[in-house]
Write a protein that binds this ligand. Structure first.
Ligand code: URA
Length: 326
């Protein structure tokens, strides 16, 4: 079920609260700075207030006289607030705030161009030995914990989808983000798009367990929408670590989102396909996302061309097709 705009707004507010931002209106700008004269007046000690006079109850009256009136209650003393002196001074800045130069965010601003994974952090010189990779990946998973670093934590995710496959794989696939099936199982590419990806992997002469599969974001975006810039860039730090541990020879970016954030480019998939790129010491090929191929199966032939280039790079041979008699 898709999140309503109210639920999404609520998620963002919760996210800000999680960052420790509770007062969404207060800003350290001139509009909230009290003029000096008013601040001095407010912090001045109140003038001494005379103690409340005790009220003496009336003297007892003879037995048959009417009941005496109840004692008069006195109000507690109230600190008097001195009126600040009227000073002829120019109006404070907040009367002339220029909306163009104020610090209000431009909500309609286009997505900033992301930095490539290579531009974010240098590739470590130390290659982690194959035997240590499972534990190294596990420590990245531990670092992620029950993550609340971005709004996807509040968008209805159930499981964080870390990755699947061989910690020393030569080939890595990077998708966009988990869907409903992945969110339920905690594994990437296990729904319909995952079945197609499995078939693509088998067609390359590999098994799913022999490759490494991960996504740009580890939590399901509400209604399977494309991850937002802040979500993808917040999550990148973990995918970068995973790539640096696995050290694949080739990474296949599945679809535009994977290519955009891995390579720091914002271009059409058509223009990105058919070339080699580099990321974290691996060669990168870009191809169609399996979910797109499910919607437009005519492009499967094109995707197969991309995968054949990858196979040639890795020295892989497609398995012989079973003969019709078998
Ligand atoms: N689509 C993706 O990009 N990743 C998954 O894990 C599943 C579907």
């Amino acid at each position: 079920m898709s999140a309503s705009p109210e639920q999404q707004l609520r998620a963002y507010v919760d996210y800000l609260r999680d960052l420790g931002i509770y007062d969404l209106y207060r800003r350290d700008d001139p509009a909230t700075v009290l003029p000096e004269s008013l601040r001095a007046a407010l912090s001045a000690k109140p003038a001494s207030v005379p103690a409340a006079r005790a009220v003496t109850p009336p003297a007892p009256t003879p037995a048959r006289s009417p009941a005496p009136p109840p004692p008069v209650r006195t109000a507690p003393p109230v600190a008097s607030c001195p009126t600040p002196p009227l000073v002829a001074s120019p109006p404070p800045d907040y009367f002339s705030l220029d909306p163009v130069t104020s610090s209000a965010p431009d909500l309609g601003a286009p997505m900033p161009k992301p930095k490539s994974f290579d531009a974010l952090v240098p590739v470590p010189t130390r290659v982690i030995p194959a035997a240590e990779r499972p534990a190294a990946l596990e420590s990245v998973r531990t670092e992620i914990g029950d993550c609340t670093r971005c709004p996807l934590a509040y968008g209805g995710r159930h499981k964080i989808v870390f990755a699947d496959g061989d910690p020393s794989a030569r080939l890595m696939f990077v998708g966009e983000g988990p869907g409903a099936d992945e969110d339920a199982q905690g594994l990437p590419f296990v729904g319909k798009a995952g079945q197609l990806l499995n078939n693509m992997i088998m067609a390359m002469g590999l098994k799913r367990e022999e490759v490494y599969i991960a996504n740009i974001v580890k939590c399901r975006p509400p209604a399977n929408r494309t991850p937002e810039y802040v979500e993808a860039t917040t999550c990148s730090q973990f995918l970068i670590q995973q790539i640096d541990i696995v050290r694949p020879e080739v990474i296949v970016a599945l679809g535009g989102t994977a290519a955009t954030y891995l390579l720091g480019v914002k271009q059409s998939l058509a223009s990105l396909r058919g070339h080699w790129y580099s990321s974290r010491g691996a060669k990168v090929a870009v191809t169609y996302h399996p979910a797109f191929l499910l919607r437009d199966p005519r492009q499967k032939g094109e995707a197969w061309k991309d995968l054949q280039r990858v196979m040639a790079e890795l020295g892989l041979k497609a398995p012989a097709r079973p003969s019709p008699s078998t």
